[in-house]
Structures are given as structure tokens and as C-alpha cells.
Design a protein around this ligand. Structure first.
Ligand SMILES: *Cc1c(COP(=O)(O)O)cnc(C)c1O
Length: 394
């Protein structure tokens, strides 16, 4: 699984993980099977002992899923990947692998809604404690660490505030205390940010977003930086049973091939859209890592290879005006999710982050007027025309 090669990102996105197929098909076949036949009884026993690498059962491993796992792990520069049925399955296997009764999590206060909500609603039943801090100041992370802290969890840029956390600084704090650091890299994908190179021990993705990129799959991935973390995480995935399906893996592998060119185009569009919004008289504020007005503009430039495609903004007036805007968008879909080829618009306070308390939203900077835009690959003039006509209605 450890690969050292010097292929570029897009070459790896197209070719990485491909296995030998006897028929010579250019695209790997889908092994749509739940189980695998052993050659004989001894072979079966060896597969279970691990002395033979043969496949056993799809929840444990499958060639089609394995190709995707290897490809994403190589793009992230990690030891190995563990594909999961969804991004939330990936979040949960990380939580389950490192947390237990009496243990404690420190995480950024502006996370994907359910990543935080389950920590406050479900995990306390099992005696897990958590503290959410503004990790954009790494000293807040240090101050929240307790003797029983066993996992640090970041999302950067964070959903939906686009706040950027210094991964290297938090990784140094984590390792001073011997605590693993997991980074949710969904908002960037490995094309824009490589947390393992910056010191993270685990990277996770909702591949529903950029990696698949076509809004037709829900899928997740965890990439471990070392064999030790990999084994721990895979054990949880296999036994919880949140494995990916082979067909889902095949479609996601197909989406991954164009990750680089999709992000390049959408990012170019996002930069133009952000500039347009920032100048618009009805827009109060815009948060986008490519604008010099972003509070962590320099840090973003340092740790990300580009500003990405996610923009948050607020209209003058607030939520009422934002709703008029959303209701009048014609090209952009009023829908949650992100990172796809189509432009999406949504309102986090009443949609993706509605399960958080008023106080939690306030502390995390998720204001009522915040509207989140995921810019797609359409012609940018059409996206701007769409925003313009909707803003006229406000
Ligand atoms: C969507 C998302 C998730 C959850 O992923 P699903 O595939 O919807 O289960 C986790 N983290 C982030 C940042 C996300 O955007």
C-alpha cells in the first residue's frame, strides 16, 4: 500500500489503484459479489489467518473497493484507505476507534452539522465527552486538552463559516500530547490540501462531495497515515459494517478521475463569483479564501494550493433577504451538499446546521443571514447572471 512514485496528481487520479484484469479491460470491472470462493480448505484458512491476501467477503474487502481505497490513499499521501458507506460512517469510525467511556474529544466548533450534533446527542450516552473550540486559534485547542483527551478533530476550511485552521500548528500540539489528529478534508479534497503532509494522522472525506463530484453517490473514506492507525480504523469499519458497496465504489472511482480538472474550473468560477458578490451593493459580507478580506487569507495561501469553490455570504438586511435570493435562483439548485459539477445554494442555520443550539451556532459564527454557495463548473457568466437576477428581486 505504501507507494513512492513521482506521477503528478491528475495522472494518479486517472490511474492509481488499478489492478490487473485478465480480460484487459481499460476500466476495472465491478466485482458485484458478497463473497469469494476459496481454492480449497487450506486456502480458506490462510485467508482468515492473513497469511494469504485472498479476498473473503465484501464487508472485509473487495477488489473494486480496494482500487478506490488505494487511489485516494495515494492522492492523500497516506498509508491506506478505508472506504465507507457515507461520510458520516467515516466520521463515526474515527470517533469509535479513538474514543471510549471516560475519553474526551476536542474539535473545531464549526464542523459539518451532524459531526458535532452526534457528539452532543449520541456519544454522551456512552460516556464520551467533548469540547468544541474555535480552532482557528490553535491555542484554544491546547487549552481544551485534558489528560483523558484521546482525539483532536478539525475541519478546514470549516463548514459553513469557511474559517481556516493551521493544520501544522494543531498537529504539533496533538503530538506534544500524544493525541492523534483527524482532519475532515471534504471541503478541499487532496487536490487542494494534504493534511497528512502537514502532520495529521488521519484524514477523512465525504466522497459524496468533491471526490465523486456528480451528486449521484453518498460515500465516505478514511485515510490513515500509518499502518497502526490503518489497522485500528479498518477493524472498526469491518465490524460496524459500514462498508461501501462495489457499485458505489466503481462510480466514485470514475468521478475521482476528473477531480483535478473539475476543481480547477469550479475554483476559477468561484473566484469570479466571490469578487462579483463582494462588490454587489446588496451584499453585506463575503467569506472566500481567495479574497484578501478573508480573515485567514495568508494561512489559506500557505496550506491550500487554491481557495476552493465554497463561498459564504450575507445579504444586507439578513435572513429575509437571503430567502428571497434563494427562492429566485434559477440555474443554481436550492439544495444541500457541495463539491459537485452543479452550483448549489443553501441556508445552513435553517438547514444543514439546524440541529445545533442557538448558542452553539452563535459561538461558531453560523449567523442567520449566512448563505452558502457551492460553485459548480457551469459557464461563470451564467452563474453570475443567475445571482444578479435573484439579487434584483431582493
Ligand atoms: C457532507 C459532509 C459530511 C458527511 O458526509 P455524508 O457523505 O453526507 O455522510 C462530513 N463532513 C463534511 C465536511 C461534509 O461536507
Amino acid at each position: 500500500m505504501q507507494h513512492n512514485d513521482d506521477l503528478g496528481f491528475d495522472s494518479l487520479a486517472v490511474h492509481a489503484g488499478k489492478f490487473h484484469d485478465e480480460m484487459g479491460s481499460a476500466v476495472s470491472p465491478i466485482y458485484q459479489t458478497s463473497t469469494f470462493q476459496f481454492e480449497n480448505a487450506d486456502h480458506g484458512a490462510k485467508c482468515f489467518q492473513g497469511t494469504d491476501k485472498g479476498y473473503i467477503y465484501t464487508r472485509i474487502g473487495n477488489p473494486t473497493i480496494g482500487e478506490l481505497e488505494d487511489a485516494v490513499a495515494r492522492l492523500e499521501g497516506g498509508y491506506g484507505g478505508i472506504a465507507t458507506s457515507s461520510g458520516m460512517a467515516a466520521v463515526n469510525i474515527v470517533y469509535l476507534a479513538y474514543l471510549a467511556a471516560g475519553k474526551h474529544l476536542v474539535a473545531h466548533n464549526s464542523l459539518y452539522g451532524p459531526s458535532r450534533a452526534i457528539m452532543e446527542s449520541l456519544y454522551p450516552r456512552f460516556g464520551v465527552q467533548s469540547t468544541f473550540v474555535d480552532a482557528t486559534d490553535p491555542e484554544n485547542v491546547r487549552a481544551a486538552i485534558r489528560p483523558e483527551t484521546s482525539l483532536l478533530f478539525l475541519e478546514t476550511p470549516a463548514n459553513p463559516t469557511i474559517g481556516i485552521t493551521d493544520i501544522r500548528a494543531v498537529a504539533d500540539i496533538a503530538h506534544e500530547h500524544n493525541i492523534p489528529l483527524c482532519v475532515d478534508n471534504t471541503f478541499c479534497s487532496p487536490y487542494l490540501q494534504k493534511p497528512i503532509q502537514l502532520g495529521a494522522d488521519i484524514v477523512m472525506h465525504s466522497m459524496t462531495k468533491f471526490i465523486n463530484g456528480h451528486a449521484d453517490i453518498v460515500a465516505g473514506m478514511v485515510v490513515a497515515a500509518s499502518q497502526e492507525h490503518y489497522q485500528k480504523l479498518r477493524h472498526v469499519m469491518v465490524n460496524i459494517g459500514c462498508n461501501m458497496d462495489p457499485h458505489q465504489a466503481w462510480l466514485t472511482r470514475r468521478g475521482l478521475k476528473t477531480l483535478g480538472i473539475r476543481i480547477e474550473r469550479a475554483q476559477e468560477n468561484a473566484m469570479k463569483v466571490a469578487v462579483y458578490l463582494e462588490k454587489h451593493p446588496k451584499v453585506e459580507w463575503v467569506l472566500y479564501p481567495g479574497l484578501a478580506s478573508h480573515p485567514q487569507y495568508d494561512l489559506g495561501k500557505k496550506q491550500m494550493s487554491g481557495p476552493g469553490t465554497m463561498i459564504s455570504f450575507g445579504l444586507k438586511g439578513g435572513l429575509k433577504e437571503g430567502k428571497v435570493l434563494m427562492d429566485h435562483m434559477k440555474l443554481a439548485l436550492l439544495a444541500v451538499s457541495l463539491g459537485g459539477i452543479e452550483t448549489l445554494i443553501q441556508h445552513p442555520a435553517s438547514m444543514t446546521h439546524s440541529k445545533l443550539s442557538k448558542e452553539a451556532k452563535q459561538a461558531a459564527g453560523i449567523s442567520d443571514e449566512l448563505v452558502r454557495l457551492s460553485v459548480g463548473i457551469e459557464n461563470v457568466e451564467d452563474i453570475i447572471t443567475d445571482l444578479g437576477q435573484a439579487l434584483e428581486k431582493v
